[in-house]
Design a protein around this ligand. Structure first.
Ligand code: KIV
Length: 272
């Protein structure tokens, strides 16, 4: 008889239940096997394999160079590290903008090849039909509005969105259109917290905030930001919960010193 306890994976439907019950949803990004395992074992509700991969893991200046092949490769590793968290694959730039058919095919690759359970894509009303068609194919979609990093050249940089009356009204309309198209949740990135509250109150699907204040139904942070592993810049909305970069440096410095001084390997780490 197997003694293994089976762990039920969180689903997109559970996100809706959590909003109904007023339970906050915890999301974190991850890009590989060991870190997704740590996140999963810490009890987060979902892991987003974000295209932030391009900046925090691959060292690009933006998320734009990230390809479908990069995303599938890293999503496979993340799925192998998880048992409980919903794994959401982020659709990279140009994987869903050219045609709805290409978008559905690429979304399908996240589930079929990488075994993720949902996908995310950026944009408002202009992607509503794409969202509808991907959902129709049986693939849960997380939408994403506000600061959408794949459009930084159009937005003029990494800037807070929805500060004036017109763009705030447009973002609210976009949110309603994406819910209507079938998205199971909506990321709100870098918008004023009052607008995030208004949108969260207007929707039945949960909002997941990043730089959007406390009134969202859940929060997402980038793994490397939260743990002090990304040194290029720390955005205002990021709370650094630990400085692992310093811890890693200390450990590697100690290792290097011990090798140079003939302290490592000692007898405990050698074979007789
Ligand atoms: O790519 C990413 O990590 C994201 C989150 C910041 C929402 O899109």
């Amino acid at each position: 008889m197997s003694t293994e306890i089976s762990i039920k994976r969180i689903t997109a439907k559970d996100f809706l239940e959590k909003k109904k019950k007023g339970e906050k949803i915890v999301v974190i990004t991850a890009y590989d096997y060991p870190t997704s395992m740590v996140a999963d074992q810490s009890g987060v509700d979902a892991i987003l394999v974000g295209d932030s991969l391009g900046m925090v893991v691959l060292g690009y200046e933006s998320t734009l160079p990230v390809t479908m092949e990069d995303m599938i490769h890293h999503t496979k590793a993340v799925v192998r590290g998880t048992k409980r968290a919903l794994v959401i694959g982020d659709m990279p730039f140009m994987s869903y903008q050219v045609s709805v058919e290409e978008a559905v095919r690429n979304a399908g690759r996240f589930l079929q090849e990488a075994e993720a359970q949902a996908v995310k894509l950026e944009g408002g009303r202009e992607v509503a039909e794409t969202v509808r068609r991907i959902v129709k194919a049986g693939i849960p979609v997380m939408a994403h509005i506000g600061l959408t990093p794949q459009s930084i050249h159009q937005l003029g940089g990494f800037k807070v969105q929805g500060r004036d009356v017109e763009t705030a009204a447009r973002l609210k309309e976009d949110a309603l259109l994406l819910e209507e198209a079938g998205a199971f949740s909506l990321v709100l990135e870098c918008i004023p917290k009052s607008l995030a509250k208004e949108i969260s109150d207007a929707l039945t699907i949960p909002t997941i905030g990043i730089g959007a204040g406390v009134h969202c139904d859940g929060q997402v942070l980038v793994f490397h930001d939260l743990l002090g592993l990304f040194e290029r810049f720390v955005p205002k909305h990021v709370k650094v919960y630990a400085n692992l970069r310093e811890k890693m440096k200390e450990a590697i410095l100690q290792y290097a010193r011990e090798v140079r001084e003939g302290i490592f390997p000692d007898d405990d780490h050698s074979f007789k």
